[in-house]
Design a protein around this ligand. Structure first.
Ligand SMILES: Nc1ncnc2c1ncn2[C@@H]1O[C@H](COP(=O)(O)OP(=O)(O)OP(=O)(O)O)[C@@H](O)[C@H]1O
Ligand SMILES: [Mg+2]
Length: 310
């Protein structure tokens, strides 16, 4: 596989604060790559460096071998950026916006017309091509934001939380859009806080926390590493903190957390359910409900975002 984005020992400081701390990462051509992490992890900072909006304090970032600092102009022609805020003009029609963004990138007018046609077709916006952009629905605006980033035919499309504020139907339509763009050969780098989205859409996922990479891999690999079973126990009166400290010390328990349903336990392989239920009993807890599932990406995320990662 050929890399398209290469990040080498990248750091970014804002005064004394380190937003990115020695991050290295390779994204292969043609993949859909998900960048996850809690608020303030450094995702947008990384994207801003890749899209030449801010300079790194240390290290390098390359797009198709071009340094985003020293070869800024050429690097920018290879990527398309979909910022969280819409970048198009409400008072222009869809076609006019595409003409504007295409011209910004120096795409010949005849070429812009040809590409607009294809892109609007792919993003199901053709019918609205003469509508003022400000009059579009939220989902259509997101798609237009993507269309504007595609007009110069970038090799990689970078999207910062594109599905915020979309209803579930529009979100699924957005996934189809992203898949269609990827199908044409465009590499995708996407940040999201929706674990289901990351799991369904991404070939690889990277979770960051406090400016550092915590874990990277295929969604299936990450979920497998989070253990064999997740058990969720609800009991009355529900003094979960006391039980948590006892359960945590069991050999096959990878981690344990209290959530709104009760106690959630990630287990390595064996299922010491009897021992766990005995601990609840010895604390005078009456079991109300026990559920057993496979780890989800959300479990992976919660561990990665927490203080410890087992
Ligand atoms: N221009 C700036 N000046 C000072 N600090 C900044 C600046 N930009 C970002 N930061 C800080 O850097 C850290 C990382 O911010 P960043 O926006 O990259 O996080 P994020 O992972 O995108 O978070 P979110 O999920 O909330 O979008 C935060 O603590 C933020 O306050
Ligand atoms: Mg952000």
């Amino acid at each position: 596989m050929e890399p398209i984005i290469e990040i080498r020992s990248l750091s970014k400081n804002y005064g004394n604060f380190t937003a990115l701390d020695n991050v290295s990462l390779t994204i292969e051509k043609g993949t859909i790559f998900g960048l996850l992490g809690p608020n303030g992890a450094g995702k947008s900072t990384l994207i801003k460096i890749l899209s030449c909006q801010t300079r790194p304090s240390g290290g390098h970032a390359y797009v198709s071998g071009l340094d985003v600092v020293s070869d800024k102009k050429e690097a920018l022609s290879i990527i398309g950026i979909v910022p969280q805020e819409n970048s198009f003009y409400d008072e222009l029609t869809i076609n006019e916006n595409l003409m504007y963004f295409g011209s910004l990138y120096g795409v010949p007018i005849i070429e812009i017309k040809k590409r607009s046609h294809r892109i609007l077709d792919m993003l199901h916006l053709s019918e609205k091509s003469e509508s003022f952009s400000g009059t579009l629905s939220g989902g259509m605006k997101t798609r237009l934001n993507i269309a504007c980033a595609l007009i110069h035919k970038p090799e990689a499309l970078i999207l910062d939380e594109p599905s915020v504020g979309l209803d579930p139907v529009s979100r699924k339509a957005l996934w189809d859009t992203i898949r269609a763009v990827n199908w044409e050969g465009t590499t995708i780098l996407i940040t999201t806080h929706y674990m289901e989205e990351a799991d369904l859409l991404c070939d690889r996922i990277l979770i960051m926390n406090r400016g550092k990479i915590v874990v990277e891999g295929k969604p299936s690999e990450l979920k497998n590493a989070a253990g064999e079973h997740v058990i969720q126990i609800t009991s009355i009166p529900g003094n979960y903190q006391v039980i948590k400290s006892k359960v945590e010390s069991l050999e096959s328990v990878l981690s344990c957390s209290v959530n709104d349903k009760g106690l959630k336990i990630n287990l390595r392989d064996e299922l010491p359910i009897q021992t766990i239920l005995e601990i609840f009993g010895s604390e005078g807890e009456k079991i109300k409900n026990v559920e057993s599932t496979r780890p989800s990406l959300e479990d992976v995320f919660i561990h990665a975002a927490g203080e410890e990662w087992h």
